[in-house]
Ligand binder design. Structure first.
Ligand code: SF4
Length: 323
């Protein structure tokens, strides 16, 4: 690990000021991804700003009936919150399908959103990787790419985003709140938070380098049957090959976002018009323009089948709750 300096801050404003004083620094909270990246010298910040002491660890109601989740709320606390389990069950289920209990106890809401791809070429510094070292090439394109993206990828990068939580946030239409040095705040809809890789896969979100996430806000509950189905190579502690977050209403309408298929949680609102007509119609529209490799083409059928399972489950739950 490269040497670095470290400081603790006591407020979001102090954190933003510390970042302004030390360009190139990184914020750290749970550190469950960043420390691994630093040990491998994939990320080498010269200074860490520890934000664990700045508060932002509460879940509070908003004026319009939603919930504001502090950036430092741990994944375990978020998944087990009674309001989340009752009104945003897809989020609780997505969180519990990710990582391990120990990691969820440390990992924060903001950190979960910002975790980086698990592409093996990104983590192996002997391999080409445009995301780790821009312009060096992409080892995955002609390599082992069974778990890689099938939609929205580019010739520079075919990585997927690893977060389960982010897929649920996308289907819930969450918004991300931030602060910049100088105190300017802004609200970013989750649909505009992540970027496709294009020619600059190292730029993964629309955040500025010195911007601090302070909260994630959920709009008022929309009801319906919530489900998160994750398909992976082993039953726990593995990233999704495909995951499907759904909210399905009793009349068959609904929402769907998919994980494990793109550089961001993948949702195409226009595809949701097909929900009452079955999974095939939705999946065809959702994955329109997909570009697969020999190894990962199976993901197209897997999305459709996983969505079909979610729809059958929702129908079954709906009938059970009506009887
Ligand atoms: Fe790097 Fe992206 Fe290629 Fe993986 S897919 S090797 S992260 S450029």
């Amino acid at each position: 690990m490269k040497t670095f300096t470290y400081e603790r801050v006591r407020s979001a404003a102090e954190a933003a000021q510390a970042m302004q004083k030390t360009p190139g620094a990184r914020f750290i909270a749970g550190g469950t991804n960043l420390l691994d990246l630093m040990k491998l010298q994939i990320e080498t910040p010269g200074h860490l700003i520890d934000v664990n002491g700045i508060g932002l660890d509460q879940i509070a109601p908003t004026a319009d009936g939603g919930l504001r989740i502090g950036a430092l709320v741990r994944n375990t606390a978020l998944a087990s919150d009674a309001r989340i389990r009752r009104d945003y069950a897809v989020l609780s289920r997505a969180l519990l399908s990710g990582a391990s209990g120990q990691l969820r106890n440390k990992a924060t809401t903001a950190g979960n959103l910002l975790q980086r791809t698990r592409c093996p070429y990104f983590y192996d510094t002997a391999q080409q990787c445009n995301k780790r070292q821009p312009g060096s090439g992409c080892g995955a394109l002609q390599g082992f790419n069974r778990g890689h993206a099938v939609i929205g990828a580019s010739d520079a990068c075919i990585a997927t985003h690893p977060s389960d939580m982010a897929v649920a946030m996308r289907v819930l239409d969450a918004t991300v709140e931030t602060v910049r040095p100088g105190g300017a705040t802004r609200t970013i809809p989750i649909a505009q938070f992540y970027r496709l890789p294009g020619a600059t896969p190292q730029v993964e979100t629309t955040l500025a380098p010195d911007e601090l996430i302070t909260a994630v806000t959920l709009p008022r509950p929309v009801g319906g049957m919530h489900a998160y189905h994750k398909v992976r190579d082993r039953a726990s502690y593995a990233f999704a090959l495909v995951s499907v977050a759904t909210i399905i209403q009793p009349d068959g309408t609904g929402r769907v976002a998919v994980g494990g298929v793109a550089h961001m949680p993948w949702r195409v609102e226009a595809a949701e018009a097909g929900m009452p007509h079955g999974a095939a119609a939705v999946a065809a529209r959702l994955l329109q323009g997909a570009r697969t490799t020999e190894q990962n083409a199976f993901k197209l059928a897997l999305v459709e089948r996983t969505l079909a399972t979610a729809m059958i489950d929702a129908h079954t739950m709906s009938k059970a709750s009506a009887s």
